[in-house]
Every structure is written in C-alpha cells, then in structure tokens.
Design a protein around this ligand. Structure first.
Ligand code: RM4
Ligand code: MN
Length: 391
C-alpha cells in the first residue's frame, strides 16, 4: 500500500477506525440446519457468556463494540445487570431482536394471525422488547416476521397486511424519540406460498406509514438469487429509510454463512453505495446475522468483521472524482475500471496498519488463538447446558 497518496491513506484509516460492526448473540451459541446441530466445546451457556464472547471479538478487532440480543433466547431477570456486565467487559448491548416465530400459537401467523388473541400475544411481545430496550439502553428494535401462508386461499392477503400495520403502529407508538424500529423482510421460508413482508417495497411501505424512525433493514440472505442488493441499498438511501444490515453470505437461500465468503464483490458493491452517499457513520446499523454451524464461532465472527472491514476499505479507495468524470463523459470502461481498481486493491496491509495504530494485534485471528481464551472457556463451560438456537 505504499502507493497511496498520504491524504487518501489518512482519510481511509480514519473512516475505518470509526467503523462499528455489531455482532449477534446467537452466533456464539450452537446452531445447525433443520437436519442436525453439531455441538461445539466452550459454547456459552447463558447471555452473560455470549456477551463475554462478543467482548472477546471486540478486544481483538476494536470495531465490534455492541452485541445484539434475541428475545426470548437471551431472556434474563435483570437486563440492566446484563448491560452492566457488558460495560465491564468493554462492550454494550445493541439491537433487540423480537421473536414471534417459535411458539405453537404462531403456526398460522403472529401479528397477522386471524385470531385476535394470538395477535395480542405477539404484539405484547413486541412491546415487551421495547421495555427491554429501555433497560439495556438499546437504540434499535429489529422485527422479522415469519408470517405467511403455504397455500393460495389460505388467508386473505390484504387483511393480513391490515393486521400487520396495526401491530406495527402500536409498537412504533411505544418507542421513545431516540429509539428506532427496523423492519426486516425475507422472500420466503418458513412460508412457501406468500410471505407477509417478502421484500423491501413492502417493508418500506409500512415504514412510511409509521414515521421517520421506522426504517428498513436489509438481511443480505433474504432475496431471490441474483437480486441486485446494492440497487436496493441505493433506493433506500435515497428515501432516507435504510436502517441497517443483517450481513451474511448465501449461495442458495438464507444460508447464514460468513459475510464476504460467498460473494465479497457484492459486499464491496454494497459498501460502495454507502460510501458514495457518505453514510458510513451516520446511524446505519451494520450487524452480523450469521450461524457458525461447522466452523469455530469466535474466530468466524472475527473473520466476518474483518471481511466487512476489507470491503469497506476497498469502497473507500474508489476514486470518486475519476468515477464521476468517466460517468459524465459516458466512458463506460473507465467508469467500471474506477470501481474494479479499488476492488482489486489488496487492503490487508492497510488494515494491519490500522490495527497496529489502534494498539491491536495486526492479525486478530492469530491473536485470538494465542490468547488461550478458547482453552479457558472450554474448561469453564464444560458443565451445564450450552446455549443453542431456540434456547
Ligand atoms: C431470521 C432473521 C432475523 C434473525 C433470525 C435469527 O431469519 O434474519 O433477523 O433474528 O433469523
Ligand atoms: Mn436477519
């Protein structure tokens, strides 16, 4: 990276130093597919230990200071105490994820269910999540609904939208002025005919009916194959409704693999839109939503954070003046080259330099391995029930 102009180097390093990536509590617990969960040793047994693992990721990366919780998976008696525990370890509690998809009552839907008692129960859970945000100091409530139908005619599409709108309205009204609602969409699964919030347009429409603090969250694994996600990013940025990302990679459907593993070029294109709009540090939540079924979890989360950093660094290296000039001149090849030159730059030396500047080991994964953390928790957590998906 010796050929970078000094001003460029300073600008890029300062942006990377300020970057914030939120990790997910569930990434530290056991997970699997619907076929098998492969248990790993040293996995956290409760939310306190998940937070400790998240703090470890932050200790070695320096850019992951918050951890998202999932309710009820991370239910504790005293959320303020969990927040204190996080602070003692140098991190904070982040986004609160609601869960209205794992109860028998929700077989035919949660907030869209035809039964008003089920809708009440689901909405009450969303309200409870806002209570938890008050105790944890979290800014964002993230809502993902598994609601949908499996067969044409199973339920009325428009009536279900009305019910959804009503639950969102009640929950939004409960938020404090400094809290936001992030509405997530997903094309299909677990519903296979129709999903009630299948795409960004549906999420956007509901958000506009609520207010400015209702924002869309893009889970990169929740689209049809081949979807141009960076176009969605651009559209939501334009509308001022891009609340955040759930980053992960997919080869086929919602694979929840490490971000940047399947398609690092797509991640770069997404980050390029963010950088172009100068939105890197203006409130968009950059979160990981992944499961590490077969790879060791903490290093996998560290690797994911590094992958986001690498894509961001490359996006920051795009020569915007050259890009703009080529676009104005109608020079297709030069415009494309401005992007590709940045993408092909090896930014790893720059990131090693950044980490050294931040007082970190330039190689976070090697540093984690050498730290003995895994060996220690493997012994400490040998007894008891490991946390897992749904626990
Ligand atoms: C869903 C969705 C949510 C996440 C859960 C675990 O598919 O992506 O964001 O909280 O999975
Ligand atoms: Mn998600």
């Amino acid at each position: 990276m010796t050929d970078l102009a000094p001003q460029t180097r300073t600008r890029v390093l300062s942006s990377l130093r300020g970057q914030r990536i939120e990790t997910a509590s569930w990434a530290y617990g056991n997970s699997g597919t619907r076929f098998k969960v492969f248990a790993q040793q040293g996995v956290p047994r409760d939310p306190y230990e998940k937070v400790a693992d998240a703090a470890t990721v932050h200790r070695f990366t320096g850019v992951a200071p918050t951890v998202a919780l999932h309710i009820p998976w991370d239910r504790v008696d005293d959320y303020a105490d969990l927040a204190r525990h996080a602070a003692e370890l140098g991190v904070a509690l982040g986004t609160i994820n609601a869960n209205v998809f794992q109860d028998d009552d929700y077989k035919l839907g949660s907030v869209t269910n035809a039964d008003p008692a089920v809708r009440r129960k689901a909405t009450d859970h969303l309200l409870e999540c806002v209570d938890i945000m008050d105790a944890t100091g979290s800014r964002d409530l993230k809502l993902w609904f598994s609601d949908g139908t499996n067969y044409p005619g199973q339920d009325d599409v428009r009536t279900r939208q009305d019910r959804l709108a009503e639950a969102l309205r009640e929950t939004y009204a409960r938020l404090s002025p400094d809290q936001r609602m992030l509405l997530e969409y997903k094309l299909f699964e677990p519903a296979f005919y129709m999903t009630d919030v299948p795409d960004w347009g549906t999420a956007y429409l509901h958000c506009t009916l609520l207010g400015e603090r209702a924002q869309v969250v893009i889970d990169t694994g929740h689209h049809a194959p081949g979807t141009n996600i960076e176009f969605i990013v651009a559209m939501l940025l334009r509308a001022g409704r891009l609340g955040g990302f759930d980053f992960n990679s997919r080869f086929y459907a919602d694979d929840d693999l490490m971000v940047g593993a399947a398609d690092p070029f797509q991640l770069f294109r997404i980050m390029h839109e963010i950088v172009l709009a100068d939105e890197l540090d203006r409130g968009i939540a950059f979160m990981l939503d992944q499961c590490h079924n077969i790879e060791p979890k903490i290093p996998a989360v560290i690797r994911s954070v590094m992958n986001v950093q690498e894509a961001t660094a490359k996006a920051l290296l795009v020569d915007h003046a050259a890009l703009h000039a080529a676009q104005q001149a109608g020079d297709v090849l030069e415009a494309n080259a401005a992007l590709m030159d940045a993408y092909h730059t090896d930014v790893r030396p720059l990131l090693r330099e950044l980490r050294a500047d931040m007082g970190l080991d330039p190689d976070p994964i090697a540093a984690f391995r050498a730290s003995g953390y895994h060996e220690r928790v493997r012994v400490e957590r040998a007894e008891g029930q490991a946390a897992g998906w749904g626990a």
